[in-house]
Design a protein around this ligand. Structure first.
Ligand code: ADE
Ligand code: ZN
Ligand code: ZN
Length: 288
């Protein structure tokens, strides 16, 4: 193979591989949640994060859980919770499936397979000083990602797999394949994961500044921190407001109405992640 052919093949593979995930805010959304959280950590929490992650930041590890999915399919349901559209509350028995092959209340049924349970599970592991440092670092990486995911409204709505099954026309195009290589229909879920965020055309630092202004102007740091079940219900309500029919149009009017919601959820995700880490990491890490 010539060098040019090889370079070209590598580029094609990169695009194909990067286009397969539909389980998360896009990378920028996740990084922003990590960046916001980093600015609200207590000194002790910050020391613990450095001890666990070394030179990496919360933003650096924010998309690790999506990469881990490859070859670890059983972690797929940890990224969302499908609350039925008519529901008025989160109901764990209805909305959070038991692990495969485990009977209700039996051994092995302590933790279930949805994002609400997996946030609590990883929070307990992060806070557990009897666990190995490496295991607590993994728990931290999952947490950064899952708190972000749960603030993406469609990660909590059980309609067409969180909107993944609702094809849409986004800003005049029905084909949302990255780079326009293979054809890939636009869907409502990915509009919320990434298309609206990308349309803002802001770099991470510029976007972080926007979110920090929003936090100040709207006093978001005084909003209740609450529990993952409450965040899920907020997301569920916001996603219902963002529903469109199959082959619906995502146009400038839709964007103008919902981009404020995207920004607010990114900011709240970061604030609540910080609060959760500050509560879990209250003793200084061991001296090296
Ligand atoms: N797959 C199935 N339901 C989903 C949801 N609500 N969000 C993301 N991926 C899903
Ligand atoms: Zn995810
Ligand atoms: Zn997603």
């Amino acid at each position: 193979m010539t060098h040019r052919v090889r370079t070209c093949l590598a580029a094609v593979l990169a695009v194909v591989c990067l286009s397969t995930s539909s389980l998360a805010w896009g990378p920028q959304g996740h990084r922003l949640v990590g960046m916001v959280a980093s600015t609200y950590l207590t000194g002790t929490a910050r020391q613990n994060v450095s001890w666990l992650l070394g030179t990496q930041t919360l933003a650096d590890v924010a998309t690790w859980a999506d990469e881990y999915l490859e070859g670890n399919n059983q972690t797929g349901p940890w990224h969302y919770v499908n609350i039925p559209p008519f529901a008025k509350a989160y109901n764990r028995d209805r909305d959070c499936p038991r692990q495969p092959g485990v009977s209700a209340g039996g051994r092995g049924d302590q933790w279930r397979d949805c994002v609400v349970d997996r946030i609590q599970y990883n929070q307990e592991r992060l806070a557990d000083p009897s666990l190995d440092r490496a295991d607590r670092a993994v728990a931290l990486k999952f947490l950064v990602h899952f708190v972000g995911d749960l603030h993406q409204p469609f990660h909590a709505l059980g309609v067409e797999r969180g909107g993944n099954g609702i094809e849409v026309v986004a800003f005049g195009t029905a084909d949302c394949s990255p780079g326009g290589m293979t054809s890939r229909p636009c869907n409502l879920h990915s509009v919320w994961d990434s298309t609206m965020i990308a349309r803002r055309k802001l770099g991470d630092l510029q976007y972080l500044t926007v979110l920090q202004q929003l936090i100040r102007h709207k006093r978001l740091d005084r909003e209740p921190v609450d529990s993952p079940a409450a965040w899920a219900l907020e997301s569920h309500a916001l996603a219902k407001k963002g529903l469109v029919p199959e082959y619906g149009e995502i146009d400038e009017a839709y964007y103008a109405e919902h981009i404020r919601v995207v920004d607010r959820r990114l900011a709240l995700g970061g604030l609540r992640l910080a609060a959760l880490l500050n509560r879990s990491l209250t003793t200084p890490p061991p001296k090296e």
